[in-house]
Design a protein around this ligand. Structure first.
Ligand code: GAR
Length: 187
């Protein structure tokens, strides 16, 4: 199997990044992570890039031309898949067009419900029975675009927001990996 070159975008802790790096070590996993983009210089997730000797670029997303800088690096590394993993910035229409290939995102809710921030507290406030995570194709709207994988679980009456976060994140690692495997199933 010829693995695709992937780039992961992060803003914070990077636990999904860590999981994808580990999965990509598997001979049968369809991507290699060749580049990491981070828009927060103090993000813990950069440690995973350093530890695994994966090239990374820290960008200032307040700078007007930051997406142009990213595009330049992405072309240099011949990236064909971008995985957003806790990247807390909306991708512009221009960027999507210039890249011209697949961009996917993971979100901690059963989309289309609970787009945006603070999903766990909103889910609890609304006394939802279930929650979970979703992988979707990225468009220029927040947490929008075609859903390609989704997994859920039942909320226990004892669960607080921290419990939901822990359970959801565990499910995210599995869901993200399965979504990527499915994307290239017939290649
Ligand atoms: C993840 O739970 C991801 O779903 C969420 O940020 C977290 C990042 O955690 N993304 C969004 O909310 C996107 N709208 P991580 O940095 O440990 O992977």
């Amino acid at each position: 199997m010829v693995k695709k070159n992937a780039c992961v975008f992060i803003s914070g802790r990077g636990s999904n990044l860590k999981s994808l790096i580990n999965k990509s070590r598997d001979y049968n996993f369809p991507i290699n992570i060749k580049l990491i983009i981070c828009n927060n210089e103090s993000a813990y997730g950069i440690k995973h890039a350093k530890k695994n000797s994966i090239p990374f670029l820290i960008v200032d997303s307040n700078n007007k031309i930051f997406e142009r800088k990213i595009i330049k690096e992405i072309k240099r590394f011949k990236i064909s898949l971008i995985c957003l993993a806790g990247y807390m910035k909306i991708i512009s229409k221009n960027f999507i067009k210039s890249f011209g290939k697949l961009i996917i995102n993971i979100h901690p809710s059963l989309l289309p419900k609970y787009k945006g921030l603070n999903t766990y507290s909103r889910v609890l406030k609304n006394s939802e029975i279930m929650t979970g995570c979703t992988v979707h194709i990225v468009n220029e709207k927040l947490d929008d675009g075609k859903i390609i994988a989704q997994k859920g679980f039942y909320i226990s009456s004892k669960d607080d927001a921290k419990d939901l976060e822990r359970k959801t994140q565990k499910l995210e690692y599995k869901t993200y990996a399965e979504a990527i495997i499915n994307l290239y199933r017939y290649d």
